[in-house]
Design a protein around this ligand. Structure first.
Ligand code: ZN
Ligand code: MN
Length: 131
């Protein structure tokens, strides 16, 4: 049954994202699941990724490279995108938790959130430059 098949694929897409920290694109999710679901289409993957992120079960990241990245970790955390190789990494930085309320206290309207990402060169991409 079609509905059952789609939810099985959706579950597989979610499982694929959970426990990895490389923030894959829809293409990478599609290629990663193709052996398990030979009839899978990129459109189905994209539709399910959209549905899962709308429901808050995964995160959709827009990091300025023109491609959506997806994250199975929905806890609040920050991201870095490498301008050399394009990889997306998690960042652990203390002290930025209060950024929304800080902005709100300087604004006469109501600020309820913010979108922040960092960019530069990852450790691998800076290696060649240091020598
Ligand atoms: Zn890099
Ligand atoms: Mn992440």
């Amino acid at each position: 049954m079609a509905v059952q098949k789609y939810s099985r694929q959706r579950e597989a897409i979610k499982e694929f994202l959970i426990g990895r920290t490389d923030h894959p694109t829809a293409d990478m999710v599609y290629l990663g699941l193709l052996s398990k679901f030979p009839n899978l289409s990129l459109g189905t993957v994209y539709r399910n990724l959209t549905l899962l992120s709308d429901k808050g079960e995964i995160l959709r990241l827009r990091l300025g490279d023109g491609v959506d990245h997806f994250d199975g970790n929905v806890m609040p955390h920050l991201h870095f995108i490498c301008q050399g190789c394009g990889r997306v990494m998690d960042l652990e930085i203390d002290g930025l938790e209060g950024l929304t309320s800080l902005a709100d206290s300087h604004f006469s309207g109501k600020i309820t959130g913010h979108v922040t990402y960092f960019y530069g060169k990852c450790p691998d991409c800076t290696k060649g430059e240091m020598s």
